[in-house]
Design a protein around this ligand. Structure first.
Ligand code: SF4
Ligand code: SF4
Ligand code: SF4
Ligand code: FES
Length: 956
């Protein structure tokens, strides 16, 4: 019997067609979409045909011959998986002849298969075993003594799954999964006939091959050949719950398969609308951090950061935190404290933190980590289109004719969406990549960018305006669309501005470094190819002109008529799992939930009535302003939930100096992160497996997060905030996160139709979801823009203040890597470190040679803000004059060098442009030495030991 945890497998993918076909299978009349296979039609009619090489996530291959059927009027026994339905067909799936053939096929498979079912890890969840049962196999006439593969060596190189070739039936499902689902093409079948076996690359091990450990092959394998190590260790799961990945903004849906309260494996959910059953290494395998020994599960307090931590009860910790906050307010004023919400926490938790700040602290000093990533998206899209969010579904990319990817590397940061995008590219869509580096997006198996505009960091705005210049000067714009949908005056102004000779690609080539002809080619391709979609990431937003660039992207999309239908649109690729949600929930100091300004008295009145308090009409402090105010002594207390500002914010030394000045920092987190080392109260957080709630992904899709195990510290994050509010004398009487969502829905027009009951029914919902759109809104701005007429805004390019000089001649830019996630707090505590155990500095061979730097050498990187030391990787992925690093490891100090230059509109830091010098060195930087001393001391204090020498020198 199939394991009941498994979903029904239709054998071949669903077909979309307006035409339908009616046929008869085993006497049952079935109507299916034209192009549907006989196998799928049978399953839809409730008839299961035996199969091994077919599965509904992959195109049929027709190799196992187990699914043969008889069709009236057709000779022989066609394979039902590769035979499309025809009108009037009469199919038989069960005859004595078919049964004989199927038994014969199974006999051959089993004669070369170990008969160790009872001790096999997939016993009870193996399709080969099921098929032996279904076909009634009772004996194997060939015997088991012949040549077989029992002695073939297992490949256990991958930390998460094993490959046991003795169990392989060469069905090719893994190879096809790697090609069709993932798009990596890491696997092949080597050898012929009996000798043939699956191989990763040129007979490499999985770890040495191109494999990116997405797990698609493991998922597709019908036998125990490719099996998760956790399943081998723990056995098959007993029950499961659907939940949402807590890593990136793709928001993949997973089935958490459990044994008691322990996760056995995370299986990508077939019905997940963002991922359709696919996953990446992080969501699929890197969940072990949730039970890592570093988790802190007891509340702790201390009066000074040089004191040892003292474990206390929840009550004592919360009472202490509340009394400290009230003491600080009495001494320094109401506005002297604030809070930071987390884009990793749920919508409900984020909503509660901003409510606590506004209602219980009595000010608007709340901000979120979106400040340092996508705040310019919120600003730029609101100004031009009228809504601070992406316009499409991920599936929309399957209708795109040309895809422009700007300042994003989805292969590393949004891997499941990258696989979908690459599928579309393999079908023939064109690709334009705008990036200073040659990322995996530019060239990968069967995908090659038509244009790679390798611009200089910091010149995005010059480039986007030059693209518009070509389109307008060559008459490639969609005047009809603009006339009907956009504000005419703003369009006329913008047109005049863009057409100025200064904005031509020829004039801008010196600025951007992109040859004019290439830029012209890309502009023509984008404007003329039909459906043009723009996807962008932090390479757009994290600049001094981040908001201007977002506006430039929206201008381009409107001018080319690429908004308001499938296949087009403006699509910010959100970094963290709930960064969209944290912005929606009112995490910014000037906006209440739903992006409504705090100065709007009508909106404020609604919240005042619901919350029973008077709210401040004055915008509060942004994160960088909080640091400045801490330095001047006017901001003295902070509640920081699920965010590591010391590691993730720019100019680390400024941040730590500010934190060292504060009187009470309350950190709520899973681990003693870098910020917690400066804290006075530690409130243990809960992982996504330990709480109920919702996340909102980059498509505005709200999905349920479901509690699969009890909270390790006894309280889920939302309960901690409720308890802290109570300690502050403000009651938030919720008994379940669904009640928090009901309040959000009641107070936020774009969420009016959202409830847990509705999410249960629909699986997920894309906001706006209200009376006007009861089932949510997959594509935005269809008939008109949210703001009415789309508004063009001029995008004058200004060079950043961060200039290269003789002293700092290179530009440092930063980014992410596939196996690691953001500041690495989670992924560093998983086997993902096997792929990436340190941050490296990428440097071009010319720049390396000029400085006498070789691969693996230690190099010092110095900027106007500070110094750090990393090992070098000499590579042509970066252009001369540009160096690049990731920021996953705190000791790397990547943000010691980034400056506090920021976006003019939103203060989003200019992480992508820092002028630096790079030199060979032989020892860590002064900051790094202080960092290790400080960390060592803080770890001692964590163990309750005295911190006699616990200096805060690192912050000074
Ligand atoms: S490893 Fe699994 S999926 Fe791949 S060919 Fe062998 S049995 Fe089939
Ligand atoms: S884990 Fe993913 S990338 Fe690796 S071989 Fe399997 S399908 Fe390919
Ligand atoms: S693509 Fe993003 S959401 Fe999906 S599994 Fe990977 S990290 Fe999780
Ligand atoms: S399932 Fe159809 S040939 Fe294998």
């Amino acid at each position: 019997m199939m394991n009941q945890l498994n979903d029904l497998d239709y054998g071949t993918p669903a077909k979309q067609s307006e035409k339908s076909v009616t046929l008869e299978i085993d006497g049952v009349s079935v109507e299916v979409a034209a192009g549907t296979s006989v196998m799928r039609a049978a399953v839809e009619a409730g008839i299961n045909v035996p199969k091994l090489c077919a599965t509904d996530s992959l195109e049929p291959f027709g190799s196992c011959r187990l699914c043969l059927v008889e069709i009236d009027g057709k000779k022989g026994y066609p394979a039902s998986c590769t035979t499309p339905c025809e009108p009037g067909m009469k199919v038989k799936t069960q005859t004595s002849k078919l049964a004989d053939i199927r038994r014969g096929v199974m006999e051959l498979y089993i004669s070369d298969h170990p008969l160790d079912c009872l001790t096999c890890p997939t016993n009870g969840n193996c399709e080969l075993q099921d098929m032996a049962g279904v076909t009634g196999l009772r004996e194997v006439r060939y015997g088991y003594e012949g040549d077989n593969h029992l002695k073939m060596k297992k490949d256990e190189s991958n930390p998460y799954f094993t490959y046991d070739p003795s169990k392989c039936i060469v069905c090719n499902r893994c190879v096809r999964a790697c090609e069709e689902t993932q798009g990596t093409f890491a696997l092949t079948i080597d050898g012929r006939g009996f000798e043939s076996r699956v191989s990763a690359g040129q007979m490499d091990s999985f770890m040495e091959s191109e494999c990116v450990s997405c797990g698609a092959c493991v998922q597709a394998c019908p036998t125990a050949t490719l099996t998760e190590k956790t399943v081998i260790m723990m056995g098959q799961a007993e029950h499961s719950k659907i939940t949402t990945c807590a890593y990136c903004g793709v928001g993949c849906s997973f089935k958490a398969e459990m044994k008691g309260n322990e996760v056995v494996r995370m299986v990508p959910h077939k019905d997940g609308k963002a991922n359709h059953g696919h996953s990446c290494v992080k969501g699929r395998f890197a969940w072990g951090y949730a039970t890592h020994k570093d988790r802190i599960t007891k509340p702790m307090i201390r009066s000074k950061i040089t004191d040892p931590w003292r474990e206390v009860s929840w009550d004592e910790a919360l009472t202490y935190a509340a009394s400290e906050f009230r003491r600080i307010q009495a001494k320094h004023g109401k506005d002297s404290i604030g809070g930071i919400t987390s884009s990793r926490c749920t919508n409900e938790e984020t909503y509660l933190v901003q409510k606590l700040v506004r209602a219980a602290f009595g000010n608007n000093n709340v901000d979120t980590c979106a400040r340092v990533c996508h705040s310019p998206t919120g600003y730029g899209l609101k100004q031009t289109l009228g809504e601070s969010a992406g316009t499409q579904t991920f599936d929309s990319v399957m209708k795109s004719d040309v895809i422009m990817v700007i300042g994003a590397n989805p292969v590393a940061a949004h891997p499941v969406f990258a696989s979908q995008m690459k599928r579309r590219l393999r079908q023939g869509a064109k690709l334009i990549v705008v990036d200073p580096r040659t990322t995996e997006m530019v060239k990968s198996p069967h995908v090659q960018a038509d244009f790679h505009l390798k611009l200089r960091p910091g010149t995005n705005v010059a480039l986007i305006t030059a693209l518009a210049h070509v389109i307008l000067s060559e008459g490639l714009q969609k005047e009809d669309f603009v006339a009907e949908r956009c504000d005419q005056k703003s369009y006329a102004d913008w047109k005049e501005f863009v057409l100025r000779p200064d904005n031509s690609p020829e004039m801008m080539a010196d600025v951007t470094g992109v040859p004019a002809e290439q830029l012209r080619g890309a502009a023509r391709l984008f404007a003329a190819a039909g459906n043009g979609a723009i996807y962008y990431g932090l390479g757009v937003t994290e600049h001094a002109q981040g908001s201007t660039m977002v506006i430039g992207i929206a201008n381009l999309a409107m001018a080319t008529g690429n908004v308001g239908r499938e296949g087009v649109g403006v699509n910010p690729l959100r970094g963290q799992n709930n960064v969209q949600g944290s912005c929606d929930m009112g995490s910014f100091p000037h906006e209440l939930p739903g992006y409504r300004h705090v100065s709007d008295s009508t909106v404020r009145g609604e919240f005042e009535q619901a919350w029973g308090v008077t709210l401040s009409p004055e915008p509060g402090l942004r994160i960088p302003n909080m640091f400045d105010a801490a330095m001047d002594g006017s901001f003295m207390g902070l509640y920081c939930e699920g965010e590591d500002i010391v590691q993730s914010d720019p100019n680390t030394q400024h941040v730590t100096a500010a934190l060292s000045n504060m009187e009470c920092i309350v950190v709520q987190d899973l681990f003693l992160n870098e910020t917690a080392k400066y804290a006075h109260v530690f409130l243990p957080g809960s992982s996504f497996l330990e709480k109920d709630g919702t996340f909102t992904n980059a498509e505005r899709r709200i999905s349920r997060v479901r509690k699969v195990m009890p909270a390790k510290a006894g309280l889920s994050d939302w309960e901690v905030t409720v308890a802290l509010a109570k300690a502050l004398g403000y009651d938030m009487p919720y008994t379940h996160p669904s009640e928090i969502m009901d309040e959000i829905a009641a107070l936020t027009p774009t969420f009016h139709g959202v409830s847990y009951a509705k999410l249960e029914q629909a699986g997920s919902l894309q906001w706006p979801c209200n009376d006007a759109a009861p089932d949510g809104t997959p594509i935005m701005h269809i008939k008109e823009f949210v703001r009415g007429k789309g508004k063009f805004i001029n995008t004058q390019y200004f060079a950043t203040d961060e200039k290269v000089t003789l002293k700092f001649p290179l530009i440092l830019t930063t980014g992410r890597i596939l196996s690691q996630y953001n500041v690495g707090a989670q992924t560093r505590r998983t086997e993902n470190v096997e792929w990436h155990s340190e941050d490296r500095l990428e440097i071009h061979p010319h720049d390396a040679e000029d400085r006498g730097i070789k691969d693996d050498d230690w190099v010092g990187i110095e900027s106007r803000a500070g110094q750090t030391v990393l090992r070098a990787t000499v590579t042509e992925r970066v252009q001369p004059g540009v160096v690049y690093t990731t920021f996953h490891f705190p000791e790397s100090g990547a943000n010691v060098i980034t400056t506090d230059n920021s976006d003019w509109a939103t203060n989003c830091p200019e992480y992508k442009v820092t002028a630096v010098q790079v030199m060979p060195v032989s020892q860590p930087s002064t900051w790094q030495k202080q960092f290790s001393r400080f960390t060592e001391q803080q770890l001692k204090l964590l163990q309750g030991q005295s911190g006699h020498a616990a200096e805060t020198a690192v912050s000074k």
